[in-house]
Design a protein around this ligand. Structure first.
Ligand code: PNW
Length: 481
């Protein structure tokens, strides 16, 4: 046990970063030959995004990336996780490459390296070229093949300088929020298509990973590749058999349907049985699961909140029950999510950092030796720039402090957790919620594009620079938790 009041030190070499995604920050959606993506189309659909917000102007990062890299320097970041916009690189997803689009990422990578910040690209953070959706989208096998081609193009352009790669961000969101619940692009509500999307996303990952792995940077560092899941922990609302079975089913559709194929080359039998009435998984061809389970070097985990589930909500106050009419969990649409009365963020997500500890311990046990990273973690709160020109977001500091303590405890218990990326560098386009939710360490005034480092950004800079959490956490932060 560290002495009372002693700082919490992280291991030498621990990676401190922050994350963003192309559509959420870049703006410039028609610049330099970029083609339309499914998020451009979805955001233009009346009623799809809060306030009618679109990918313009976002944070104008496409033009302001140098200013943003200077901010990353202020925040003490060692690494920056960003995503590459497929429709900039190959505007219609299948035809000619667009050198002007690739050149943006070329400039970005050079500027990051000049600033001493390691670039961590993710190849797919949800901005599918619209032309590929028109041809069927992720439920269609060809999309996986096109993804692998696009991955090769980006590898060829950046692989001389970029060592660490991620293929997909949160395929659960792409497949189930996009094709089953329809709250994300492309806004389809087709349960069978969502399951086909799961498989073709994973196939795209495996094919791309095999293309990237084995290469080296110009200075001889091996390319390392992984993917990013929003694995979470599901907990039973009560110990009833119905609630325990709800945990099994939702864990299957949220976590195991992704990790079993990637880590073990098979779909979980109980999940296949649960969804048998919707799909027979006839889209899985010989050799696919070998491709999906291509070796990876790390797994990224995006963690925000644990969830409590129930298979039978009779007798529970309806005010704390969520998920009614929600088509996300294909074949288990009857399961409900039950609020536990914990503090919540502006997303309505309950704060409980022990969920992150549990996720990390489970993955480390499931795949011993696989490097893990927290590739996103953070919180939306109702920030305001005060009269003093600062953003005093003690609640966000409290959230980050609590989760970093959970990460530290997992490392102390033997989890090979090698780094942590805060979500997000900047306030940005929060998908279906538009600009109404702020996750940044840096505040953005969208009208003027003025950036202000929040108190949480200064706090995080101190952690990243020193490699340790200050002790004890501030009373103000503790108050909020
Ligand atoms: C993740 N859900 O999205 C994404 O990787 C980010 O782009 C996003 O801004 C961040 O988390 C915060 O939302 C999610 O409904 C979106 O459970 C929705 C859900 C989960 C993650």
């Amino acid at each position: 046990m560290p002495a009372e009041g002693a700082p919490t030190r992280f291991p030498a070499g621990f990676v401190w970063g922050a994350a963003t995604a192309s559509f959420q920050i870049e703006g410039a959606t028609t610049a330099d030959g970029r083609g339309p993506s499914i998020w451009d189309t979805f955001a233009a659909t009346p009623g799809a995004v809060v306030g009618g917000d679109t990918g313009e102007p976002a944070t104008e990062h496409y033009r302001r990336y140098r200013e943003d890299i200077a901010l990353m320097g202020e925040l003490g970041l060692g690494a920056y996780r960003f995503s590459v916009a497929w429709p900039r690189v190959r505007p219609d997803g299948a035809g000619a490459l667009n050198p002007a689009g690739l050149a943006f990422y070329d400039r970005l990578v050079d500027a990051l390296l000049e600033a001493g910040i390691e670039p961590w690209p993710t190849l797919y953070h949800w901005d599918l070229p619209q032309a590929l959706e028109d041809a069927g989208g992720w439920p269609h096998r060809d999309t996986a093949l096109r993804f692998a081609e696009y991955a090769v193009a980006v590898r060829d352009a950046l692989g001389d300088r970029v060592a660490t790669w991620n293929t997909l961000n949160e395929p659960w969101c792409s497949a189930f929020l996009g094709y089953a619940q329809g709250v994300h692009a492309p806004g389809r509500r087709e349960p069978a298509a969502a399951l086909a999307a799961v498989h073709h996303l994973l196939l795209g990952h495996g094919l791309a990973a095999a293309e990237i792995r084995g290469g080296r940077t110009a200075d001889g560092r091996p390319h390392r590749v992984g993917l990013v899941h929003n694995q979470t922990v599901l907990r039973p609302h009560t110990a009833s058999p119905a609630d325990l079975d709800a945990v099994r089913r939702i864990d299957g559709l949220r976590n195991r349907i992704f990790t079993d194929p990637v880590l073990h080359g098979r779909y979980p039998a109980d999940v296949l049985a649960d969804v048998a009435g919707v799909s027979d998984f006839g889209f899985v061809r010989d050799g696919d699961l070998a491709a999906v389970s291509a070796p990876i070097d790390h797994l990224g985990i995006n963690f925000y909140n644990p969830q409590w589930v129930s298979g039978d909500v009779r007798g529970i106050d309806p005010a704390v029950v969520e998920g009614d009419g929600d088509a996300t969990y294909v074949g288990s649409e009857d399961v409900r999510f039950v609020l536990q009365g914990l503090p919540r963020t502006a997303m309505g997500w309950e704060v409980d950092a022990s969920g992150l500890y549990d996720v990390l311990i489970r993955l480390a046990a499931e795949q011993p030796g696989l490097d893990l990273y927290v590739t996103e973690n953070g919180a939306a709160y109702e920030d305001e720039v005060g009269v003093d020109g600062a953003v005093h977001d003690a609640d966000r500091i409290g959230y980050l402090d609590q989760h970093l303590r959970a990460v530290h405890r997992a490392i102390a218990d033997g989890v090979p957790l090698r780094g942590y990326f805060a979500w997000s560098l900047l306030d940005n386009f929060e998908w279906a919620l538009g600009y109404s939710r702020r996750f940044g360490l840096v505040h953005v005034d969208y009208a003027t594009q003025r950036r202000v480092v929040k108190d949480s950004g200064r706090w995080y800079a101190g952690v990243a620079r020193s490699g340790e959490l200050p002790a004890p956490p501030s009373a103000a932060a503790a108050d909020h938790l």
